[in-house]
Design a protein around this ligand. Structure first.
Ligand code: HEM
Length: 463
């Protein structure tokens, strides 16, 4: 399938309307190209539109049934979503601003030392932050054993989730074939997936739990949940272990690559749009000065930087077709019959490129999000980029806070520009967008990341 097929569905949407009904390998599928339809279905009819497509390969054979992202809506999901939502909500996660700032400064130092390795630094930084927040586990490199485990698991899961990758998802009785049977090679893949799923859930959690019970010093999502168990029952039961290990592991799976991908798009945008970069830096220089780095409380005073982040989410959606929902029961909408268990894809790409909401949508223009007399403010892209209804991303407040700090810190300290050839002329970056699974990000491209001044470099050492 064309890796950019959401763009084709956007074109089909222009021809056939805001809702497209398809059948793929016998599976009914609806693609939603309009924000209003997404709200009608995912929010106003949320009891019916909050399931996920089920997968024999993923949920049953690879035993990812603890991963709340893949679960259908119900008691099991609510039990796992509630602690994640509570921990990552804005008022609580603000208590972790010190951790977000420390991790952002670690990234600045790495960029100063070896700017050409920025891709690796960004991935390490995103992994390090989410590991600190969920487990209080500090990592030194992208090769940390827990990070490696999470990376391998995520890659394995992405392959398993690809539609049509395994016939057993269309013909479930194939799961009963013995491993040696011709065509039952999927069992070998499934066994490896089940091992990774089990390790990812249990290894970082039990390692952290033991550390916390010995010496409860580092605050984290794990320590908070363990403390709650101890205060209620004086012990952590097996049921508690099941919930805590599942809720913490899912944060890494969902939170590391997504944040890294947004920062990669940000660097790409800054390389391609120096005038936007300069305007954001001017705002930071004027409001914050050069004696400190920004804090979350500065956000209201930095409206252009906030608008810049919105435009990154709009122009470069990392999940162009969102994450698939599914219907529980049959429904009719606008005269269409939508069967039970239909896969429902919110086409974020089409919604964020809607010219009625965002005039000249292909242009990268943060100032479309600045107030202007007589003009209605366009819809905040974060209302789309983080999904809808009961399955909306529970990490949204944390992602938004940490991305704001990262973006404003990088802009305060570095100039990002096109690389130069030997004669000092700009080299046009060769930008390739890589789609893996449902997510996409730019591959590493040639650019220059240089400290803006000696004061700027000193700021990193100082903080
Ligand atoms: C820029 C970063 C991020 C973006 C753009 C993003 C976007 C999304 C989207 C579109 C969904 C699916 C929503 C739906 O089904 O309609 C989702 C789900 C989810 N996200 Fe995020 N996310 C980000 C970061 C994070 C972080 C940092 C965490 C960790 C705390 C996280 C945890 C989750 C979880 C657990 C789900 C599954 C929710 C469910 O199925 O009920 N995300 N995210």
């Amino acid at each position: 399938m064309d890796p950019d097929w959401w763009q084709n569905t956007e074109a089909l949407g222009k021809e056939y309307g805001d809702l497209i009904f398809l059948k793929s390998l016998g599976q009914p599928m609806v693609i939603i190209n309009s924000y209003d339809v997404a709200v009608d279905l995912f929010e106003k009819k949320s009891t019916n539109y909050s399931d996920r497509p089920t997968s024999v390969m993923v949920n049953e054979l690879q035993k990812w049934d603890w991963n709340l992202i893949n679960l259908c809506y119900g008691e099991g999901l609510r039990k796992l979503r509630a602690p994640v939502q509570k921990f990552f909500e804005s008022s609580n996660i603000l208590n972790f601003e010190d951790v977000m700032k420390r991790e952002a400064q670690k990234l600045l130092r790495s960029l100063l030392q070896s700017p050409d390795e920025y891709g690796q630094h960004i991935r390490t930084s995103a992994a390090s932050l989410i590991m600190m927040i969920t487990y209080g586990h500090e990592i030194d490199s992208y090769d940390d054993p827990f990070v490696r485990l999470a990376r391998n698991s995520a890659e394995h899961l992405e392959t398993a989730l690809q539609k049509g990758a395994f016939l057993v998802d269309n013909i479930p009785w194939l799961k009963y074939l013995p491993k040696w049977f011709p065509g039952a090679g999927f069992h070998v893949v499934a066994e490896e997936g089940a091992r990774l799923s089990n390790d990812l859930r249990s290894k970082p959690y039990f390692f952290t739990k033991e550390k916390i019970l010995r010496n409860p010093v580092t605050r984290s999502f794990t320590s908070k949940q363990i403390e709650e168990c101890l205060s209620l029952a004086d012990r952590v039961s097996e049921d508690d272990d099941d919930v805590i290990s599942a809720t913490t592991a899912v944060c890494y799976l969902a939170g590391a690559a997504t944040s890294a991908s947004v920062i990669m798009f940000f660097l790409m945008a800054m390389t391609l749009h120096p005038e936007v970069q300069r305007r954001a830096q001017d705002e930071i220089d004027r409001v914050i000065g050069d004696s400190r780095l920004s804090e979350l409380s500065d956000r209201d005073q930095l409206p252009y930087c906030a608008a810049l982040l919105k435009e990154i989410h709009r122009c470069y959606p990392i999940l162009p077709l969102g994450v698939a929902h599914a219907t529980k029961e049959a429904d009719t909408y606008s005269g269409y019959y939508i069967p039970a268990k239909t896969v429902v894809l919110p086409n974020h790409w089409a919604m964020l490129m809607d010219p009625k909401e965002y005039p000249v949508p292909e242009a990268f223009r943060p100032d479309r999000f600045l107030p202007e007399e007589g003009r209605r403010m366009p819809r905040d892209p974060s209302k789309i980029a983080f999904g809808f209804g009961r399955r909306i991303c529970p990490g949204k407040p944390f992602a938004e806070h940490s991305l704001f700090l990262l973006v404003t810190h990088i802009l305060a300290v570095f100039n990002i520009s096109k690389a130069k050839d030997v004669d000092g002329n700009d080299i046009e970056p060769d930008i390739k967008i890589r789609s893996h699974g449902v997510m996409r990000e730019p591959e590493v491209f040639e650019c220059l990341i240089k400290a803006r001044s000696s004061e700027a470099s000193a700021l990193i050492q100082m903080e």
